[in-house]
Design a binder for this molecule. Structure first.
Ligand code: ATP
Ligand code: MG
Length: 422
């Protein structure tokens, strides 16, 4: 016997029962972003591996071990996107968009990383991300916080903390890197294997370790905030002033350096303690040097990405199940003539009640079995078309939730009835 067919580990299906939650969540986020003046973009899921390496940086978890890459027959290496910023920057450069002024865009879709699957960590996962190109001031960074903060409120989420930090300019980081390497070299015996390697390739990333045993070493490490250039200090102060004015509370976390190489100045994470180790639901920062590094004209930029699976887990953990409130009607029809008539009625109802959900009975079973299906569909009403209704050119309506009586009326009255029932 052949092996049972199944999906790849860490790559999940969205089942019909979960789709209402996902669709409503996505719509809430899209509507919010659109209301702030952002436009949707879509980039390919596959890009040249080099595009990701240049954008994300060689000495990062993603490029070192998490990418799905392969070689084309031409010899060129391609990869599934592990994140959205690289493709977005590539698109900005290729189409010369920043030349037309400030670009405010958002994207959504599947990302792929070869990680060890666990709760909140998958090999295919979904992000909605935002990027702004061409604006350098802290007001932009603050707008991102304002929007995400508003999003948590709209969703009713609690227990989410904003952590912020600044990485300064690349010059400041060169100075800091030396100081940090000297410090870690003094305490080499306390570094784990991963950190010893990072000490040579990307020492700042040691600060980002998930190894609890190293946290005291890291808490006592020299802080980048003490090596900052004047402009970055000012930028960070302005950022905090905006947050204070907006009533958004935050924690300055000097260990926050983010996984990706491309950040400068502002970095941030929205985190929760309700999801165990995978507690970051949204993360991002400023990356003023990246567009130039990838071959474009120098363009400041800042962005963030929300991890949708983690957001869904958090909604579930906090019992914030989104229920579909749309009016729903199950159309019961008995006999061949009634089947045809009920389709005409369904078509008319779709026109008259565009927001309603209509279920045509597709079983053509007995009256009783159609009613069972109607109950199971969780529709608010059954609209019944039997022989009598058919000959009187009427329909019967039976409320399926609550105690209401069955009533018979013509279609026009039925539409009115449904509209008033909302
Ligand atoms: P982590 O430290 O948890 O690995 P990261 O720094 O690699 O996160 P980013 O690249 O900043 O994550 O991605 C932004 C967001 O996307 C994360 O905050 C998280 O919500 C989500 N995310 C990242 N990797 C995964 C994954 N493998 N599975 C599910 N969600 C993910
Ligand atoms: Mg990661």
């Amino acid at each position: 016997m052949s092996k049972k067919i199944q999906a790849i580990r860490g790559m999940n299906d969205l089942l019909p029962k979960d789709s209402a939650l996902w669709l409503s969540l996505e719509k809430t986020i899209f509507d919010l972003f659109i209301s702030y003046g952002y436009q949707n973009i879509r980039t390919p899921i596959v890009e040249k591996t080099d595009t990701f390496c240049r954008a994300i940086g060689e000495a990062t978890d993603i490029v070192e071990k998490e990418m799905y890459s392969w070689t084309e027959s031409s010899g060129e290496s391609l990869s599934l996107r592990p994140e959205g910023t690289a493709g977005c920057v590539r698109m900005m450069i290729e189409h010369n968009l920043p030349r037309e002024g400030i670009q405010k865009v958002f994207y959504q879709g599947a990302m792929f990383r070869h990680e060890r699957p666990q709760k909140g960590r998958y090999r295919q996962f979904h992000q909605i991300g935002l990027e702004i190109f061409g604006a350098t001031n802290a007001k932009v960074d603050a707008e991102l916080m304002m929007m995400t903060h508003a999003l948590w409120q709209v969703l009713g989420l609690k227990n989410i903390v904003l952590e912020i930090n600044t990485l300064g300019s690349s010059e400041a980081r060169v100075v800091y890197r030396k100081i940090l390497v000297a410090y870690f070299n003094q305490h080499k015996d306390r570094l784990d294997e991963d950190s010893l390697r990072r000490l040579k390739t990307n020492p700042l990333r040691i600060l980002d370790t998930k190894n609890e045993a190293m946290h005291s070493l890291i808490n006592n490490a020299p802080k980048l905030i003490n090596c900052l250039d004047k402009e970055s200090t000012q930028h960070f102060e302005q950022f905090k002033t905006y947050l204070d004015a907006l009533g958004i509370t935050y924690v300055v976390n000097t260990r926050l350096v983010r996984g990706l190489d491309y950040y400068s100045r502002t970095v941030f994470e929205w985190t929760t303690t309700d999801l165990g180790a995978q507690g970051t639901i949204c993360a991002g920062g400023r990356y003023d040097g990246l567009v130039e590094k990838m071959g474009g004209t120098p363009t400041p930029a800042v962005g963030l990405a929300i991890g949708l699976e983690r957001l869904v887990l958090l909604l579930e953990a906090q019992n914030l199940i989104i229920t579909d409130s749309a009016l729903s009607i199950y159309l019961v029809a008995l006999g061949e003539k009634a089947q045809i008539k009920s389709m005409q009625i369904a078509s008319a109802l779709h026109d008259a009640l565009p927001d309603a959900i209509l279920y045509n009975d597709l079983t053509l079973g007995s009256f009783k079995s159609q009613f069972k299906k109607a109950d199971k569909s969780k529709a608010h009403f059954a609209l019944i078309l039997g022989e009598e209704e058919l000959s009187n050119n009427q329909v019967s309506i039976k409320p399926l939730k609550g105690q209401g009586e069955q009533q018979t009326m013509d279609l026009e009255e039925a539409v009115k009835y449904f509209k008033e029932s909302k």
